[in-house]
Design a protein around this ligand. Structure first.
Ligand code: MEV
Length: 453
């Protein structure tokens, strides 16, 4: 296959033609297919084209709604962008369950973001470096005011700046560890700009100081970058209910259910294999809100998993207990989110999602995303410790299997009805599908679709 120089300079059409000619085989259908996903409104399409480099088409994700979320006494319809079939249903089910039990309660624990100038200084006495740092510390604030002025007017800015000695880990390694309040923006650009200015200040001030010898003035700035680990940008979501109110139609009493539920959470607290899946379920909920509201789900994921490992072992992000006849279930999660800047004012679906949430500030969005994570985890564990996960999951997945089989609408209706009181599996779906269509069940899985693939 050929390589190409200057791909980004080609027009969108030329890019499509080139990839199709060289990597697919001059297939007009592929060209039409990619174009069929372009937005009819050329302005909307242009907006999407310009989000990233080398856009050739759009990639759809379902945009679903989980209604009936009562959070701190306020009702929400929550937008979720996700492809996994059972996630929105699970969130909605949990929302209904807790709506009847006082809803979800939240608390912003702190909103600090973090950034570092990582540098190497090979002088012998770290005390001398600390003395120099303290002598110029004010300048890190005053000489960055051209960047921080607006953020300060909004109530944020630089919170603290510390010099950290990391030489026990790596010879000569020091950090300027800075914390920030970036108000309603996620703040990555703001933080990185301030950090790069810090590096310039460090280098120019070290030249001028008489606290260090000429030899001690050698400093190498390795990099300036925010940290996506934000353990102090933390939100708590919680539900609580009297034990007797938890029975809700399953075979267990409220107490038995709560005890089994707490045991399942405990397993995720002590067993990393389970903790990973447990937290993945939480992130099903969190990410879908984060994506729908135009936030950076990779940053959120990275931070959540580092936080889950903060004890030195990867553990559950949620915790459950029974206390004074009450079941208490909570999630603490770092969420560095924004409701201004980035995609939030650009992507039409993101703008709609934020409008649907009542145009929240960043703290409110943190609360909503955390609640959906907790709700998701509650639904998953509730299924796991009662009916098992596959019953609900496969029911939601049934339509995907039927679409894969290219079932007609009437076949879908019949098959969904058939599975009303049965557990769905891929092979049983294929079997009933073949029976209805009057064709032979294939010996090995895989039914040919209309095109014979
Ligand atoms: C599936 O996406 C998520 C679950 O596996 C989470 C869990 O096991 O807790 C259902």
């Amino acid at each position: 296959m050929p390589s190409i120089k200057g791909f980004s300079k080609l027009s969108k059409e030329a890019k499509i033609e080139w990839i199709v000619a060289n990597y697919i085989g001059n297939d007009a259908e592929s060209i039409d297919f990619l174009k069929s996903y372009w937005n009819n409104d050329s302005n909307v399409q242009k907006l999407h084209d310009e989000f990233i480099e080398n856009t050739i088409s759009n990639f759809y994700l379902p945009f679903g709604i989980a209604p009936n979320f009562l959070i701190d006494g306020k009702m929400y319809c929550i937008p979720m962008a996700i492809e996994e079939s059972s996630v929105v249903a699970a969130a909605a089910k949990s929302a209904n369950f807790w709506l009847e039990r006082g809803g979800f309660h939240t608390q912003i624990i702190d909103v600090q973001k973090v950034g570092h100038v990582h540098f190497i200084w090979e002088g012998k006495s770290s005390e001398k470096l600390f003395a120099f740092f303290n002598s110029i510390k004010d300048k890190f604030y005053s000489h960055t005011e051209h960047i921080t002025k607006n953020m300060q007017l909004r109530g944020g800015g630089i919170l603290d700046i510390q010099l950290v000695d990391k030489t026990a880990l790596e010879p000569g390694y020091y950090q300027i560890h800075a914390t920030f309040d970036t108000c309603d923006s996620m703040g990555a650009n703001f933080i990185n700009s301030v950090l790069e200015e810090f590096a310039k200040i460090l280098k120019s001030e070290i030249e001028k100081t008489d606290l260090l010898t000429e030899e001690e003035k050698q400093v190498q700035v390795v990099m300036c970058i925010l940290s996506n680990y934000t353990p102090n940008c933390l939100v708590r979501a919680e539900v609580r209910a009297p034990l007797e109110s938890l029975a809700d139609g399953n075979e267990m009493s409220g107490l038995e259910f709560a005890e089994k539920f707490c045991r399942a959470v405990r397993i995720a607290e002590i067993e990393p294999y389970r903790a990973t899946t447990h937290n993945k379920g939480i992130m099903n909920g969190v990410d879908s809100v984060v994506i729908a509201t135009g936030n950076d789900f990779r940053a959120v994921e990275a931070s959540a998993h580092t936080y889950a490992s903060r004890s030195g072992q990867y553990r559950s992000l949620t915790h459950a207990e029974i206390k004074d006849g009450e079941f208490i279930f909570r999630l603490d999660i770092p969420l560095a989110l924004g409701t201004v800047g980035g995609l939030t004012g650009l992507h039409p679906m993101v703008k709609f999602a934020l409008k649907l949430l009542g145009n929240p500030n960043a703290n409110e969005l943190m609360k909503v995303a955390a609640v959906v994570g907790l709700a998701q985890n509650f639904s998953a564990l509730r299924s796991l410790v009662t009916s098992g996960i596959q019953k609900g999951h496969m029911k939601m997945h049934l339509l995907n299997i039927l679409n894969q089989l290219e079932a007609t609408d009437s076949e879908k209706v019949q098959i969904v009805e058939y599975f009303k009181d049965k557990i769905v599996s891929y092979s049983s779906t294929v079997e009933i599908f073949c029976k209805i269509r009057g064709i032979e069940v294939p010996a090995v899985s895989g039914i040919k679709n209309k095109e014979g693939h």
